[in-house]
Design a binder for this molecule. Structure first.
Ligand SMILES: N[C@@H](CCC[C@H](N)C(=O)O)C(=O)O
Length: 287
């Protein structure tokens, strides 16, 4: 890495990120370096670190293959330095950065991610929608037969039934029994999920509020509890529809950091929309 590193801090419903522009694609980001940048005491602080890099310079074949569709690649790492396939809120903050910097100028454009090319669309300068693409139940045969395919263990709670979904990254959504208080759940430690997903999972705890309206908390893989998770909000809405039946195509998802909109699209695709804000720019010598 260079001696001095420019960065921008941004968030979407308080899911916050350190963006590091690498416009020539010449900077290698290690897990240790990402974890230091994301550290809230020793570093800048964020739930994730996003390198802004030309798709054409990627060394990852699945990303490089997206070069003709998307000019910029969202190279995403969680706060612990681990690589993630996708980040819904991250794509929206990434899009806000590309537009502010004049790297993209249209109201709609594509970005490359490890989970494929995603189309972002500016509804207003600060309200950004992203087509998260196709989603699927991780184990449809079990889910269709039982309604659930996993158990989640939280301190002080009976095992909670849950459903596993793939939104490009893994999610396990818990349907909370009425008597369980969402706000009282202890999410300090990663919830134990049974059977244990091979590559870990993000866990969403959901409370339905009415037709098309849910509230959730989330424990993110590689981070801990966060104020919001975009792919998690989509997973929570889709799981609720799976359990409760059709309640229309649009959901309001309240998270501790604000409000997101989730919409089911044709072709088993799902859209996420919400605010994205860039709040600080700086230079760091944390290299
Ligand atoms: N906050 C993100 C998801 C980030 C990645 C996740 N922690 C994982 O490891 O899959 C979102 O908004 O989707």
């Amino acid at each position: 890495m260079a001696d001095q590193l420019a960065f921008t801090k941004g968030h979407g419903t308080e899911n916050d990120f350190v963006l590091v522009p690498d416009l020539e694609g010449t900077t290698e980001m290690t897990a240790e370096h990402a974890a230091l940048l994301a550290d809230r005491r020793a570093g800048i602080g964020g739930d994730g670190v996003i390198r802004v890099v030309p798709t054409a310079t990627s060394t990852e074949p699945d990303v490089l293959a997206q070069t003709s569709q998307a000019r910029w690649f969202m190279d995403y790492r969680n706060a612990d330095g681990s690589v993630a396939e996708m980040c819904g809120n991250g794509t929206r903050v990434f899009a806000a950065y590309l537009r502010r910097e004049g790297l993209e100028t249209a109201d709609e454009f594509a970005i490359a991610t490890r989970a494929g090319t995603k189309i972002v669309r500016f509804e207003t300068p600060e309200l950004i929608a992203v087509n998260l693409g196709p989603w699927r139940l991780a184990q449809p045969h079990i889910a269709d037969a039982e309604g659930f395919d996993a158990l989640v263990h939280l301190p002080g709670q009976e095992p909670l039934s849950a459903l596993s979904l793939d939104l490009g990254n893994p999610h396990t959504v818990v349907a909370l029994p009425e008597q369980v208080d969402l706000d009282a759940l202890d999410l300090h430690l990663p919830p134990m999920v049974n059977p244990q997903p091979e590559h870990g999972t993000n866990v969403e705890l959901v409370r339905p509020l009415g037709a098309g309206h849910i509230r959730m908390r989330v424990h993110e893989r590689g981070v801990g509890e966060t104020q919001s998770c975009g792919t998690g909000a989509a997973a929570a809405a889709l799981a609720t529809r799976f359990w409760a039946g059709d309640q229309g195509d649009t959901w309001t998802v309240d998270v501790p950091g604000g409000r997101l909109r989730v919409r089911a699209l044709a072709g088993n695709e799902v859209e996420l929309a919400g605010p994205a804000r860039l709040v600080a720019d700086g230079v760091t010598s944390l290299v």
